[in-house]
Design a protein around this ligand. Sequence first.
Ligand SMILES: Cc1ncc(COP(=O)(O)O)c(C=O)c1O
Length: 446
Amino acid sequence: MWSNFERSMVRRGFYHCPIQGRNRLRQSVALVQNGHGMAIDSELRLAREGGTPARTGPERPMFPGGMEVGDEELAALERVIRSRNLFRYYGVGDGPQEVSAFEEELAAFMGSAHALCVNAGSSALICGLIGAGVGRGDEVIVPAYTWNATANAVLATGALPVLADVDDSLTIDPEDVERKLTPRTRALLSVHMRGNAANMRPLVDLASERGLALVEDVCQAAGASFEGRRLGTFGDVGAFSLQFNKIITTGEGGAMITDRRDVYETAIEVHDCAGPVRFGGQPPSFPGWNFRASELTGAVARVQLTRLDGLLERMRANHARLAAAVEQLPGLTLRRSNDVAGDAGVALIAYAETAALAADAADALRAEGVPAVQMYSPDVVDMHFYPFWRPVLDALTAAGMPAPECPRTLDLVGRAVHVDVPPQLDERDVEEYELALRKVALGVLV
Ligand SMILES: Cc1ncc(COP(=O)(O)O)c(C=O)c1O
């Protein structure tokens, strides 16, 4: 904690003038140096205490690829409509090609041997888990912080999700994974949360030493990488979502990638009850569902894939600026990244010292016009957090397992302040976000 004297000096810009090169802040510092202390006081007065909100620009919704949907997607849809080939496996004329073309393009982009486009990220996970051999009687280790669809996918296979804590990267803690292993463990499911790679080295080693399948949930980190390699290619399977919030989107949709031919072939049976028969093969041995993607989805997915690297570049640049600003501010500690350069940059996440301070900081940021949230509060139902995963908790109880306890996860997410970083933020937006963060760090957290 800082002394009152230090705090007042910080407010006046004498210490920690970190955000060099940003015009408004430079002006503020200059005003102080010229003896106009009142001016900076009023510039840094919190909006919720009567100051001017930091944000003047428009709202920037967090639909990265969604907000870029335009003429190219329209042309792709028109191509499908005019062909009248709306179903991926048969049609008229030259026949359908969009879904299979997307699969080829996605596999090439990610560097994997096979891709299967499906109707949701959940379906991609189910296909991948079953493809990798997971089924009734098995346990799969999943992080205690992820969208509930991850754990639900394990339940859908008949297996039990066993919860492991996340570490300060907010991805699964490899040491807790080791503690959670039992003779029934069949697979590890790592989730690259909010764009940040899980620590893949120890997970890959553990899976190979113990003969376990490794499934990567890349739904929130499409295109991101770890040590120079795209996420989703480290394990047996990578699962992606194309739902509207995701980096690239078709509204709803998903895809599974794998290098393993056997996984791919089983996934075809899981995602389509007619599976291999469509290719002249034998009747399927697995009672598959219908997770097929339509040609409309395939056509839009192809366009969105061409946007992916550009979206990542813009989010990473914005994220790097905001992270550099936060690093210089008191009261906030950035979420640790397992690979700074590979991070998708979708979210600025920083820990306050206590959950109460995180809630207060998020409230003050919202008053400044920055859509911030305290990630977890026990009173707010949010399906990213295991205390709300009723079907998972019930399944564990029914199996005679103790109720999961992941205290480190709840401590971290309770202290975490989360700000989306859309690629659409422009220079002025970023400057205003920086100003808001500075105001709140100095006015709330010091
Ligand atoms: C981490 C994670 N896993 C799985 C999913 C499921 O994807 P979908 O909604 O496309 O089924 C999501 C989507 O929100 C997700 O964020």
